[in-house]
Every structure is written in structure tokens, then in C-alpha cells.
Write a protein that binds this ligand. Structure first.
Ligand code: RIB
Length: 296
């Protein structure tokens, strides 16, 4: 089974601040760093570090950022055969990380928003029924990708993040696995609070992975609910922790592990990621995750 991660790649401009800037305010950053990120790239690197063979599809710009993003994937052993370099600016973000380790992100889509019919056809024609397609919500043309992948019989896992206008109109019922946090669950169910049961009512045929940050995660599958607490660590930077969870969970699932073991491995990996700065650079190797002894 091949894994295709069709998603975003961003150069993250990360600013460490005491607290997030407020309207009308100017603040000084404690430090600044540029790191490779984007939910697509992060999830691909998480799967590769967990031990999976992954093909990244998507678009970078023909600029310095594009070169950095491509090398980050290659250094992590992610295949870049389906990555396109276009004469435009690569995607980037401005990220504030507070002393509590929380983040606030502005995303500029750039080349991530230049997916077209031809690219979707070319990329998906390289995959077979049963191959896994991993998606997030930082690229355009997702309606087309979801439709063609379903017609081809690919298994589709999607993390519909971040919430954008019209997200609820995507054919998310084509997904076999959905990774959603509380805000996304609330948005997709049209309710005030994210609720796993309501989500299960809306997507009864999918495996639902409901992430709740420091409170852990729940999985709904075929009417059964599985629970995993988050491991307690000192939060340095939560950026990319959800992507780490997704990548590790999917890799473990592809290895045939049971749902509870997938959640445990993913929770350990994301705990390690939270304890380190940066997005893709904070994603641990499988050996580190296996050696992680919570509480030690
Ligand atoms: O999920 C974290 C990622 O979200 C960051 O790396 C940033 O690029 C944004 O896309």
C-alpha cells in the first residue's frame, strides 16, 4: 500500500512572544526562527519518521522557501516525485508562540492554492485502489481530489483543518478517517460545542479521531468509543502537535495495530513534539517514541 500526502507546505516564520499581540499594539519578539511546516509537510514527515513510505504531492514556489521545503522532505525520506515547483511564491505563515507554548497563526497560501485538475489527475493516477490518501484543508481543489480519490477506491484520511468558509460543503462523507478537534467538530455539526456523538451521526461510515489537546483524544469506530489521555509534558510549542498525532496514528493503523495502540503511540509522539520548539523539526523519530517513558 502506498501513501500519498496531498497537502500544504509552508515556511513558518516563528516569533516567540510573552503573550499574543492585541489590536493596536506593537510588541517585541523574544526570538525569531524560520522553520519548515505546513500541515501537509508536517504530516508527511511524521509518517516518515514513524517508519512509513510517503509520497508528498503539492506545490512549492520556485523560491528559496520552496528549496528549503523540498530539502526538509528529502532529509526526512519523504518522496518528492509528485511535488511541483511553480513560478510563484511558496506558502508561508507568521506564527506567534506564547510563553505558555500556545500559537496564533496567519497563513498565506501562495503556491498551496495553485492545485489544478491536471495535477490532481497526474498525481492520483500514480496510486491504486486501497492506497492511502492523506489530506488537510490548506490547499485548493479538495472537492475534486476527494471525488476522484473516492472513484479510484483510495482510502481517504482527512484532517479538515483549518476551518475555512465553505468547508462544510466539501464531500467529507467520502473520507474513511476524519481527524477533527473540538472547534472543527462544532463547525461541521453546526453546533456550539464539539461533540463526538453528533459527529458520528453526521459521518456514520467514517472512523472519527477527535483530538482534545491536553485532554487527550477519542476515537469513534463502528459504534465503539476509544479514549486516550494526553501525556503530561512541559509545553514549549504546540505547533505541529496535531500533525504529529495524525501522522503517527495513520502509520500505526497501516501497520495493522489496533486502535488503542495507534492512539497510545500517537499521544506519545505528540507529547514529545509539544516539548520542543517548531513544527516539523519537533516531530520525533520512531525510536524516540518507543523509548519515551511518560512521567520519567
Ligand atoms: O499544524 C501546524 C501548521 O499549521 C504549521 O506548520 C503552519 O504552517 C500551519 O499550516
Amino acid at each position: 500500500m502506498k501513501i500519498c500526502s496531498f497537502g500544504s507546505l509552508n515556511l513558518d516564520h516563528v516569533y516567540r512572544v510573552k503573550a499574543f499581540v492585541r489590536p493596536g499594539e506593537t510588541i517585541s519578539a523574544r526570538s525569531q526562527q524560520d522553520v519548515c511546516g505546513g500541515k501537509g509537510l508536517n504530516q508527511s514527515i511524521a509518517m516518515a519518521r514513524a517508519g512509513a513510505k510517503v509520497y508528498q504531492a503539492g506545490n512549492i514556489g520556485q523560491d528559496e522557501a520552496g528549496k528549503m521545503l523540498k530539502s526538509a522532505l528529502e532529509n526526512a525520506n519523504v518522496h518528492t516525485d509528485y511535488l511541483r515547483a511553480l513560478p510563484m511564491q511558496s506558502g508561508h505563515t507568521i506564527i506567534q508562540v506564547s510563553d505558555e507554548g500556545e500559537n496564533a497563526i496567519i497563513c498565506f497560501g501562495g503556491s498551496n492554492q495553485a492545485v489544478d485538475d491536471e495535477q490532481v489527475e497526474t498525481v492520483l493516477s500514480a496510486f491504486q485502489p486501497g492506497d492511502l490518501l492523506v489530506l488537510q484543508n490548506e490547499i485548493n481543489h479538495l472537492d475534486v481530489i476527494l471525488r476522484i480519490a473516492r472513484e479510484k477506491g483510495m482510502k481517504i484520511a482527512m484532517n479538515p483543518s483549518p476551518i475555512t468558509e465553505g468547508l462544510e460543503k466539501l464531500p467529507l462523507e467520502n473520507c474513511d478517517i476524519l481527524f477533527v478537534n473540538e472547534l472543527e467538530a462544532a463547525y461541521l455539526c453546526g453546533s456550539e460545542k464539539g461533540d463526538l456523538q453528533a459527529l458520528a451521526g453526521r459521518f456514520p461510515h467514517a472512523m472519527l479521531v477527535f483530538t482534545q489537546g491536553s485532554r487527550g483524544a477519542q476515537v469513534w469506530h463502528e459504534g465503539k468509543v476509544y479514549t486516550q489521555n494526553a501525556y503530561k509534558v512541559r509545553a514549549v510549542d504546540t505547533t505541529g502537535a496535531g500533525d504529529t498525532f495524525t501522522g503517527y496514528f495513520l502509520t500505526a493503523l497501516c501497520e495493522g495495530k489496533d486502535i488503542q495502540d495507534c492512539m497510545k503511540l500517537a499521544a506519545k509522539a505528540s507529547a514529545i513534539s509539544v516539548s520542543r520548539p517548531g513544527a516539523s523539526v519537533s516531530i520525533p523519530l520512531r525510536d524516540e517514541v518507543d523509548a519515551f517513558r511518560p512521567g520519567e
